[in-house]
Design a protein around this ligand. Structure first.
Ligand code: ZN
Length: 496
């Protein structure tokens, strides 16, 4: 191993140590930490963040990366240098003073957003969101290459090589297909009874069933733990320490059930990364879109299929007799898939989910193009919801204030959710061409499918991009028509 490489690895280890500590503290603040901890611990988080920034921007680190970038290196090392260089350049492009202001704004905006949402008052959030948009635009502008639009810089952060040029036709095609599909399904699904999904269900029973699901899904308890938080999420310190959280509602048991399946999808991805990449910049999932691809694959394509429930539905009835003991499995399947207009994205069905993302994508584009002002956002949001889903939020909590993303400055993130679903559909059809997927699920052999994903996606961590993964698995470039086909086949089959 060359001297330069050894030095770089030392730098990398220090950076990874700080990142691991930060992840751990953030996880802790979301889960176990007492109420008063936040204000004090977040100061330490701020200091650790500055230390990390200093590490990344250290002169010798930049010199090493510049030198190694020019060398012929084995693939894995080349990718590591590329990732580290990307992160360094991103940071270096932004003046330190602005970077600090942005971090402070992020912390402040999240708190103001939470309060505004609670009080259902967009006007109190408007000035800080306005500033957030302005700063995000400006910072993306620093990083933009010649002629590149700031919004494209952000889109590329979350999903490499996807820009408005490729996303516009993607969204346009899906809009053209899904809005009419939705209109066709609407009268047919009205009579589907799903009232039992909103009946009271003992929380202890729900917890027992969700714990059982972890084993069904192959969650490795030696590498992962499951906890609770206000909103379910997954975090990974590295591939041997992956943490998921869940949230249980007494009158909406399926919320916890599908959250645990979704988060386990994220967790299996992280746990499946090969050990050579542990605690390196390639030691996590390759992109937000591919991560969401895994979680949505388990949640929807597996978790909402009838075959998956054949071997386990009895367990649900046994552990949660109220309200499921009297519900037939077939009724349950039709209820958990029932499309119906829903104002809240995270509670929405597979069809309206896409329309939710479409609304956000169109609004972000308009905000970045200067065609829409932040103060007009609630109106614009409600108008689109009415146009696409036929329902209008009665207040901002049900509308523009529902997601935290914009408060964190994460513009450009939402499209990766839609891409993840489309990736998942494309992979699903390849999988079905090779295996009898339903047959495996009926037999309780989900492990075969997970092994396929581990072999072809998980183990590579950040070594391959989403596009490369899709190409290697399916033999084709990204093709969103599979997503349309999936939705049409599934929903016509179930309800028409
Ligand atoms: Zn997710």
């Amino acid at each position: 191993m060359g001297k330069k490489w050894k030095k770089l690895m030392k730098n990398m280890d220090r950076q990874m140590a700080l990142k691991t500590a930060l992840t751990m503290l953030e996880y802790d603040m979301e889960t176990e930490a007492p109420e008063e901890a936040h204000e004090y611990t977040s100061q330490m988080v701020g200091i650790l963040n500055s230390m990390l920034q200093e590490e990344i921007l250290r002169k010798d680190n930049g010199r090493l990366l510049d030198q190694l970038e020019k060398k012929e290196l084995p693939e894995e090392r080349r990718k590591m240098v590329h990732e580290m260089q990307k992160e360094r350049r991103r940071m270096a492009a932004i003046p330190a003073k602005e970077y600090r202001e942005f971090s402070a704004l992020q912390a402040k905006a999240s708190t103001i957003w939470a309060r505004a949402r609670e009080n259902n008052d967009f006007s109190s959030f408007e000035p800080v969101l306005d500033r957030m948009l302005e700063m995000t635009k400006k910072m993306a502008g620093y990083r933009a290459e010649k002629g590149q639009k700031p919004y494209d810089v952000l889109l590329n952060d979350y999903e490499e090589s996807f820009t408005m040029e490729s996303l516009d036709p993607f969204f346009a095609m899906l809009k053209k297909e899904i809005v009419p599909l939705w209109k066709k399904l609407e009268p047919a699904v009205k009579s589907v009874d799903d009232s039992f999904l909103y009946a009271k269900c003992d929380i202890q029973g729900q917890k027992r069933f969700c714990d059982y699901l972890l084993d069904v899904l192959g969650f490795d308890r030696r590498r992962g733990v499951a906890g609770e938080s206000a909103h379910p999420f997954t975090t990974s310190l590295h591939n041997h320490d992956v943490r998921i959280t869940n949230h249980y509602y007494e009158d909406l048991p399926v919320s916890g059930i599908f959250s645990v399946i979704h988060e386990t999808g994220h967790a299996l991805y992280e746990m499946g990364i090969r050990d050579e990449l542990t605690q390196t910049p390639l030691g996590g999932g390759t992109s937000c879109g591919m991560h969401e691809c895994q979680s949505r694959f388990y949640e929807n394509m597996i978790g909402r299929s009838e075959a998956f429930w054949i071997p386990i539905y009895g367990k649900l009835q046994e552990m949660c007799p109220e309200p499921f003991a009297e519900v037939e499995r077939k009724e349950f399947i039709r209820a958990i898939n029932k499309p119906k207009p829903e104002l809240i994205r995270v509670e929405s069905d597979e069809i309206s989910y896409f329309l939710h993302i479409l609304v956000r994508y169109e609004l972000e584009k308009a905000l970045f193009a200067g065609d829409l002002k932040v103060k007009d956002l609630p109106e614009a949001w409600n108008d689109r919801m009415e146009e696409y889903l036929g329902i209008r939020p009665k207040n901002d909590r049900e509308g523009v204030l529902q997601d935290i993303h914009w408060a964190q400055g994460s513009f450009g993130y939402f499209p990766s959710y839609a891409l993840g679903n489309a990736f998942a559909a494309q992979i699903y059809y390849t999988l079905r061409a090779r295996y009898d997927v339903d047959g495996l699920l009926r037999e309780g052999q989900l492990g075969v499918i997970t092994e396929f994903l581990r072999e072809n996606i998980h183990q590579y961590g950040g070594l391959k991009s989403s596009r490369e993964i899709l190409k290697d698995i399916t033999g084709e470039d990204f093709d969103p028509s599979y997503y349309v086909r999936y939705l049409k086949e599934k929903f016509t089959g179930l309800y028409l």
